[in-house]
Design a protein around this ligand. Sequence first.
Ligand SMILES: NC(=O)c1ccc[n+]([C@@H]2O[C@H](COP(=O)([O-])OP(=O)(O)OC[C@H]3O[C@@H](n4cnc5c(N)ncnc54)[C@H](OP(=O)(O)O)[C@@H]3O)[C@@H](O)[C@H]2O)c1
Length: 279
Amino acid sequence: MDVQKAYVLSNDITIPSVGFGTWQIPDGKTAYDATLMAFKHGYRHIDTAAAYGNEPSVGRAIRDAKIPRSEIFVTSKLHAQKKGYQITLDEFQETLDRLGTDYLDLYLIHAPKPWGESGDGSEYHARNIESWKAMIELYHQGKIRAIGVSNFLPMHLDPLIEATSFIPHVNQIYLCPGAPQNDSVAYARAHNILIEAYSPFATGRLFQVELIHELARRIHRSPAQIAMRWSLQKGHLPLPKSVNELRIKENIDVFDFELSESDMAILDILDVPPKVRNA
Ligand SMILES: NC(=O)c1ccc[n+]([C@@H]2O[C@H](COP(=O)([O-])OP(=O)(O)OC[C@H]3O[C@@H](n4cnc5c(N)ncnc54)[C@H](OP(=O)(O)O)[C@@H]3O)[C@@H](O)[C@H]2O)c1
């Protein structure tokens, strides 16, 4: 099965099908070097967030990369704790200033409710709608090329769409072997929303599973490459993170092999240790 090197969003914007994840990469030399290594090995899509604290170094690497800005797809996210119309406009400008760019390719509401809060997030529907209206405004002003959400379930998406008739271009969710997120994927397909698969290696826990190592030995690829390929063959956009140059390279070197349907099915139900927290 062929996989695409780029997808086209519902507004006809092209987005590279692998994005470089930057959560837990400290601001400063580590984030700067890792982002430049990603460019060196062919990534043209960088995923950061206000909450990651590394926008300044990621932005500096983008400017120093000697690649036209128009050839790099830059995503950032509105902090989960910041919700509302004006605060979203202000936060967006701060993100642009930290990144040192004058537009974003993609801006996401990081989570439906502030981190650390219990509840299903429904008490934040109204404030998410206000943030969403601000993002639509920025989109219409041409300051963001695509807008979306992250960690949103169908129950969080419905109110946004009902209130504004504007369907997010992207939903970025936790999705990896063993966690195929069938309900969110079905909703996304029905609404022409691209799914970005964050934590494609379950933040590293995937490598504790012996079965993926067995599969890797059998088909002569690495466990990480198998996880990447599984995500791409499903039509998702995986966001692998690494600070190690060999791994950064390995994680995007996934366009020359194919997983069989039976191996895909094994990965769907892989028993990966559960995650403990969100980013
Ligand atoms: N929207 C959200 O709420 C949210 C939440 C989580 C993540 N994300 C996004 O998704 C990105 C990726 O998710 P993640 O950071 O949770 O982690 P991940 O990409 O699933 O896994 C990263 C871990 O795997 C290791 N690793 C990477 N490549 C490897 C390889 N080829 N072989 C062996 N180990 C490898 C990394 O270590 P080394 O760095 O040492 O290589 C790191 O410990 C984030 O960086 C972020 O951009 C978004």
